[in-house]
Design a protein around this ligand. Structure first.
Ligand code: MG
Length: 276
């Protein structure tokens, strides 16, 4: 089994300071969180940025400052988000890739967030997905193929077949998003069993399913993603800090006798070149 790669997703686009004081939103706060999470065992940081009013943004100046500050303070693999904001053009969504990250997230399909009022459709047309995949291919950025359901894995495999994503590919199995595949052990195994044999994968469990899905991924030989983007709590009623969630994943891995990868080891496991 490979060493365990821990990804931290510290910010996301949803939580605000009023929801938890621990969510980092400025470039300095995100860089400080990155440093603390690296100390606790993280190897990758999945970066979302916010504007001055905490709203999600793809602004180049904010992403550039954030990525530079993370790089100055840590050796983490930097992965920028391309999830964008409703109504953005494909070019807007590709803006964070201009900061030269080593990885970029790439959702492979469209999802109904049907539980929200009003409901939200997270639109990723085949044309948008192909546009973002091509941008990453041209800039030598490794995509993390985000799968919210089984069919999303299929759509990721299609990108590989068409040559837009190189093998070995890296998938993120997102378990328990509203409107996506429910976070159960059976569903996780089923999703994993659809992956190409050479692929690596990271499991992201939402809310209170973060801990059980993390545990399963450690046992299965997958990798894990934790952080406030997906889950605000350590346990019921106890708000978490990002570094606490990372530390908990590392302790779990140590208890289960699986070693944790450094950022450099994570690069080797995923076939990335040494740090740029
Ligand atoms: Mg994200």
């Amino acid at each position: 089994m490979d060493k365990l790669i821990i990804t931290v997703a510290p910010t996301g686009s949803v939580p605000r300071k009023k929801d938890t004081p621990h969510v980092p939103v400025t470039p300095d706060e995100i860089a400080e969180t990155a440093y603390r999470c690296e100390q606790e065992g993280a190897a990758i940081i999945h970066v979302h940025c916010r504007d001055e009013d905490e709203r999600p943004t793809s602004r180049f100046d904010i992403f550039r400052e954030t990525v530079e500050k993370i790089r100055k303070r840590t050796k983490l693999v930097v992965m920028t988000s391309t999830s964008g904001i409703a109504g953005q053009t494909d070019e807007d969504r590709a803006t964070p890739l201009r900061t030269n990250p080593e990885m970029g997230s790439l959702t492979t399909g469209t999802l109904n967030f049907s539980g929200r009022k009003p409901s939200v459709v997270y639109v990723n047309t085949p044309e948008t997905v192909q546009f973002l995949a091509k941008a990453m291919l041209e800039q030598n950025i490794k995509p993390e193929l985000e799968a919210f359901d089984v069919g999303f894995v299929q759509q990721g495999k299609r990108l590989i077949d068409s040559g837009l994503v190189k093998e070995p590919a890296h998938f993120q199995l997102v378990m328990g998003v509203d409107g996506g595949v429910p976070a159960t052990p059976e569903n996780l195994l089923h999703m994993r069993n659809q992956l190409p044999p050479t692929a690596t994968y990271v499991v992201a469990g939402m809310s209170r399913m973060q801990l059980p899905m993390t545990t399963m991924a450690i046992v299965l030989g997958g990798h894990v993603r934790v952080g406030l983007e997906d889950n605000l709590y350590l346990k019921k009623g106890a708000l978490a800090r990002n570094e606490e969630l990372v530390g908990r994943a590392r302790h779990l891995a140590e208890d289960l006798q699986r070693e944790v990868a450094t950022p450099e080891e994570a690069r080797a496991i995923m076939g990335l070149p040494a740090r740029r």
